[in-house]
Design a protein around this ligand. Structure first.
Ligand code: FAD
Ligand code: SF4
Length: 495
């Protein structure tokens, strides 16, 4: 994270920043109401894949930026896992210098247009904003402003390419092109390493591409950010499964001196209840990957997905919301969320739940499936649900769901999507027995450096945390890049 002492002493006291602060009294700034994000009409958007959030227009972004008080102690920064200098980029927006705002974002965040769209800011930087902490008012819309600056730059035709260090002539391999791998590669290239990202799939971006749907994060946005990394000199190799196509030892022989494993948590969990292996019962991973990456929404394609009419999605996280909203867009008459706790306990972002409700998604909270039935062809036709009530809080701090005996009833379905969590991708750990893993299959690392039990292997993101968030994965990637830099430092000195 950036040294804030220097920030207080210099950047914050630049003449234009001081003038900007003087231009409005703090009271005038805090009286301005937070802007709202323009959105597509719910009953039109639930039939197509257009992006739901439309982005702030420039005039609204400048007004929102003027709410920021340029605090002497910017607590917002402490809530950002990649340590973006938040007041600095916001003040550039207030000054209408949008390109410099984007430049500040890219100093610490490789994927600002992505994070501006999918980060849970309400639980991170915005929760730590002075407005939330001390004024008990709506925080500065940091996420909306981040997206504004990044989109402005993408559309300006003047995309800046961050400076990279002098080539050190040392090869480092990054395994997996999700946010953890991209953030790590972005920092390694800035240090001057010769970086190659190996990706098992035919598309780059990890969950950003195969999981999160177009209506929340268009693929083109991810591609622009990846193209910028290519311009910085990062090399990408698709369709290579490390541990199968090539081993870590093969890469060592090719001269790689260190490795970052960001292979994610792509192994879906199931509930193991009767009937769960009937046809038309999918894992959310398969369902979303087929639609997002394999054009399965197109019936003329080789691998179409069942566009069910009565679709139940089991779960309450972001993945469940993405699946149920996808099912609605594929034409489902009834698209239902089945979740065992109440709406307040749902782990999905508040905004995703709001959008789903607006799009006529049905929520069956405090219900859990106990069995499925099917027809002669083995296709699911109904699910048996049991009602639940909430008990005392469990280890996660949320109230435990307790089944109500005798409350079972049947609901007709033709498609079910199971979204009850994921487990770490087992491929790399199983190919490297010397790598220390936890009982849950996550790679164990030193949390300061992200170094694993094998000294030249570092890891981060979902393979270390289990299913988490984009920005936490990116924070890990950045930390690991610093760890790798320290680890191979002796080679740099020797060169
Ligand atoms: P991943 O993004 O999973 O990337 C891992 C990559 O490694 C994949 O591309 C995989 O193909 C590749 N790989 C795996 N094994 C190998 C191998 N052996 N060789 C080569 N390549 C390999 N988080 C948010 O913050 N906000 C959201 O709104 C949000 N929504 C989500 C919606 C869905 C549907 C899902 C599934 C997750 C969502 N998340 C969200 C969580 C977030 O996307 C993940 O936490 C994040 O992507 C983890 O990043 P990662 O780089 O660790 O792994
Ligand atoms: Fe601006 Fe809020 Fe950060 Fe203060 S805490 S600098 S008001 S974004």
């Amino acid at each position: 994270m950036e040294d804030l002492t220097a920030y207080y002493k210099t950047e914050r006291n630049q003449e234009w920043r001081v003038e900007l602060r003087k231009s409005k009294k703090a009271k005038e700034r805090t009286d301005i109401k937070r802007v709202s994000m323009p959105e597509a009409d719910p009953h039109v958007r639930n039939k197509n894949s257009e992006e739901v959030n439309k982005g702030l227009p420039a005039d609204k972004a400048v007004i929102e930026a003027s709410r920021c008080l340029d605090c002497a102690n910017p607590t917002c920064i402490t809530g950002c896992p990649v340590g973006i200098n938040i007041p600095k980029f916001i003040k550039y927006i207030e000054k209408e210098d949008f390109l410099n705002a984007a430049k500040v974002l890219k100093e610490t965040n490789t994927l600002p247009a992505v994070c501006g769209r999918v980060c849970p800011q309400e639980k991170q930087c915005e929760e730590q904003c002075f407005y939330s902490l001390s004024l008990k008012k709506d925080p500065v819309a940091i996420g909306h402003l981040e997206r504004f600056a990044a989109d402005f730059e993408q559309h300006s035709g003047q995309m800046s390419v961050p400076e990279v260090g002098q080539p050190l002539g040392i090869k480092v391999a990054v395994i997996g092109s999700g946010p953890a791998g991209l953030a790590c590669a972005g920092d390694l290239i800035k240090f001057g390493y010769d970086v190659t990202v190996y990706e098992a799939l035919h598309e780059l971006g990890g969950v950003l591409k195969y999981g999160i749907p177009e209506f929340r994060l268009p693929n083109s946005i991810v591609d622009v950010e990846i193209d910028n990394m290519k311009k910085m000199g990062v090399k990408f190799r698709k369709d290579v499964i490390i541990g199968k196509t090539l081993t870590i030892d093969d890469l060592r022989k090719q001269g790689y001196k260190a490795f970052f494993v960001g292979s994610g948590a792509g192994l879906p969990n199931f509930m193991n209840i009767p009937g769960e292996n009937l046809n038309n019962i999918f894992s959310a991973n398969e369902y979303l990957t087929r639609v997002n990456l394999m054009n399965a929404a197109n019936n003329d394609y080789d691998t179409p997905v069942i566009s069910g009419n009565l679709v139940a999605v089991i779960g309450g996280g972001n993945t469940a919301m993405d699946s149920v909203r996808t099912a609605k867009r594929l034409g489902a008459e009834r698209a239902m969320i089945i979740y065992r706790r109440s709406r307040e306990e749902m782990p999905a972002r508040v905004e995703e739940v709001k959008h789903a409700l607006e799009e006529d998604i049905e929520f069956m909270n405090l219900h859990s499936p106990v069995a499925y039935s099917g027809d002669k062809e083995g296709k699911v036709t109904s699910m048996r649900l049991q009602k639940m009530k909430l008990g005392e809080p469990d280890a996660s701090g949320r109230r435990r769901p307790i089944p109500i005996e005798g409350s079972e009833f049947d609901v007709e379905v033709d498609t079910v999507v199971v979204s009850v969590g994921v487990s770490p991708n087992p491929l790399i750990p199983s190919a490297l027995p010397e790598l220390k893993v936890s009982d849950w299959g996550t790679i164990e690392v030193n949390p300061e450096t992200m170094q694993s039990s094998v000294s030249d292997i570092f890891a981060g993101g979902d393979i270390v945390r289990g299913g988490a968030t984009v920005i936490l994965a990116m924070g890990d990637g950045r930390k690991a890049a610093a760890g790798i830099h320290k680890y191979v430092g002796h080679l740099v000195k020797a060169n």
